[in-house]
Structures are given as C-alpha cells and as structure tokens.
Design a binder for this molecule. Structure first.
Ligand code: AGP
Length: 372
C-alpha cells in the first residue's frame, strides 16, 4: 500500500532515501567515544583474529560487489591477503582453507542458498565463518560462527540499495577492527577513517539532495540499448553494481569494466553517442589513478562516447571531458563507494520507470534466491 511505501511510489525509492539512516544505524554503538571500534558482538576473540592468515569473502550479486570493495579495505588496512569469490563458484573449485582462514559470508536475506552452501563447505574445512547479514535469525547467521548484523531495516524492493550501503559499512568495520586488533602500521589512518565513517551518513544525505539532474538525464536515455560503466580501484566494483542495477531494473544491456582494461578490448565497443558512466577516483591520495582515468575519459570521448562522469567536488580536471557531470562529496578513497553508488541507484530506478518497468518487482527475479 501507499502507506507502507512511506509516500513514495516504490519501495526502492523509499529504501534509497533511507540510506543515510541505514548507514548511521549500522555504525551505532560500534564506535566508542574514544574513537575505537567495539565489535565484541562478533564473538571471535582478538587472539583468534590475530592468528588469521587469509580472509575469503563469499557472496552473490550485489553482496558480492560489497565483498569486492571489502578486499581493497581489508588488504590495505590489515595486510591480510583477501580473496573474494562468487558463492556459486566457491565450493566447486575445491578452495584451500584451514583453521587460519576467516570466511566472511555477506547476505542481505541470510537465505541465499549459494552463499549458505559456500559457508557450510568452509566450516567443514575448519574455517571460522563470520556472517554479515541484514535479517535477524536467518539461516546464514544461524549457521555461522559469528555475525555482524547490518541495520538497514527490512528491504522490500528486489533490487538491493540500502542493504548494499550497510554491507559496505559492515565490511569497513571488520577491516578497521582487524587492523586495530592486529596493530598495523596504518594505526593513524585507521583512527582518521573511523572519524570519516562516523560523518559519512551526512554525505550520503547530501548526495540524495542533488539527484534531480541524474533523474532528468536518465529519462533522456530511456530509448538506448546499452550503457557501459567504468571504474578503477574501488570504483570498479561500483561500476559493476551500477551495471547490475540497470540490468535488473531497466532490462538494458549494461556492463561494468575496470577502466584500465579498456585498451585490452572493451574500447572496441565505443561508438557515437554510447552512454558511458565513469566513476572517477579522488584526485587527492592516489592521484595516479585519477589521472589515468581522466585520460580514459578523453579517449572514449574522442571516439564519440557520451560521457557521464561521477567525480568528487572540486575535481576540475574532468570538466572539459564530461558531457554530464555528477558531483559527489570528497571522501577518503576507500569510502567513496558509499557516495558514488547512490547516483547509480537513482539512475537505474528512473530509467526503469521511464521504460515503464515494474521497479520493485523486476521480471524473472526473486528477492532471495533459495535454490542453488
Ligand atoms: C541485488 O539487487 C540483487 N537482487 C541480488 O543480486 C542480490 O544481491 C543477491 O541475490 C544476493 O542476495 P542476498 O544478499 O540476500 O544473499
């Protein structure tokens, strides 16, 4: 009913709007007043966490994209090698696991059969499994050694939005906590990022306030057949997520690429007026990546692409090559997905609406996939 949708036309719109609160709720009570993380609820002891030699993340769909982003954070802040694998592929390749591997299973519903089978396999090999889950008492957390709940609240729309942002927050918390417990050389950076994280829900709110031009742009693209998404570093999984949203909702051909791969093949796809969304890393910090992606934008534009550029406020280098410019607040590089994903959700939702599609219940899809 309209009341359930809180005055919005679709659950998806309501859930996109709820993201600042979902992010804040997922952080609530997990950062103590001194600025350290308290994740006692995880119930894997600090000494066990210090022994871990490898992290393996298993998940499907959007949750898998959260896992891909988590890898950058975990390896950077903890120096523990981290693999990310589609849950449906994981156990069939006979993965190498033991008691010193920490397996993280990410799932909104907690009922995804592929992810459940992957975690069962991991536990049979003697690994500890930590679930990141949004649904209290569901099967995946019940069968795991420990759980860190995301507090997105119920997600009704089939396309995941607020659950994704809270999965990212939970992944950052796990990465920062592992870094804190193991005392890496990134101690100061970890402290600074915890502060940034505690302010991030306001930045998500600011993004939501500036989405009207993104909607207007989406409506102009309703008759297109293909949209490409490019990103680098954590912007690459964001590009994959943008493409998945568009497939699910707009039933359009959409593909995400690592921008550095362009010249190894995908650039052949570029043709006159093809919309290409580019997620640009911050010019601060890893500025090499920024400069490389700016030249990618130049290259595709020279070949006729219609460039839709998502870039941090104050990044002037992209301006000459952006047919459409979507601004996001400046954040530390690793946290950028929390703000960069939001315009892509809005874009997909509006395009789907413009094409007359059923936003909350896309064809052929179920909210949780309980078969393998
Ligand atoms: C997201 O928009 C999708 N509907 C889908 O990819 C989903 O993320 C995937 O099926 C995993 O679901 P889960 O998080 O409930 O395990």
């Amino acid at each position: 009913s309209a009341a359930e949708k809180g005055g919005y036309d679709y659950f998806m719109l309501k859930e996109i709007a709820e993201q600042p609160k979902a992010v804040a709720d997922t952080l609530l009570g997990r950062i103590d007043p001194s600025g350290s993380l308290t994740l006692d609820e995880v119930r894997i002891s600090p000494s066990e966490l210090r022994e871990i030699e490898k992290v393996v993340i298993v998940a499907c769909g959007t949750a898998f994209h959260a896992g891909l982003i988590a890898k950058y954070a975990i390896e950077h802040w903890t120096r523990i090698p981290c693999e990310v694998e589609l849950a449906s592929e994981f156990r069939y390749r006979d993965p190498i696991l033991d008691g010193r591997s920490l397996v993280i299973a990410i799932s909104q519903s907690g009922e995804t059969m592929d992810t459940l089978m992957a975690l069962r396999h991991a536990r049979e090999q003697g690994s500890k499994v930590l679930a990141i889950c949004n649904t209290n008492g569901s099967t995946i957390p019940r069968e795991s050694d420990a759980v860190l709940y995301t507090h997105a609240g119920p997600e009704v729309a089939v396309a995941s939005t607020k659950a994704f942002l809270t999965q990212l927050v939970a992944c950052y918390l796990v990465a920062l906590y592992l870094g804190q417990v193991r005392g890496t050389k990134w101690g100061d950076e970890i402290q600074a990022v915890i502060k940034d994280l505690s302010r991030i829900s306001e930045e998500v709110e600011r993004v939501l306030e500036t989405m009207e031009p993104v909607r207007a742009l989406a409506r102009t693209l309703a008759t297109k057949n293909t949209v490409l998404f490019l990103g680098r570093h954590v912007g690459y999984p964001v590009a994959l997520e943008g493409a998945l949203k568009l497939k699910e909702l707009a039933y359009m051909h959409a593909e995400g690429f690592a921008a550095g791969e362009l010249k190894h093949g995908p650039i052949a796809l570029i043709e006159e007026d093809l919309p290409v969304v580019v997620v640009v890393p911050s010019p601060r910090g890893r500025s090499v990546l920024h400069d490389k992606i700016v030249s990618n934008i130049q290259e595709i534009r020279a070949r006729g692409a219609r460039t839709i550029v998502i870039a941090e406020e104050g990044d002037e280098a992209v301006v000459p090559y952006a047919d459409h410019l979507i601004r996001i607040p400046a954040t530390p590089t690793l946290l950028q997905p929390l703000v960069a994903t939001v315009p892509l959700q809005v874009f997909a939702c509006e395009l789907a609406t413009a094409r007359g599609n059923e936003v909350d219940q896309p064809r052929n899809l179920a909210k949780s996939v309980t078969v393998e």
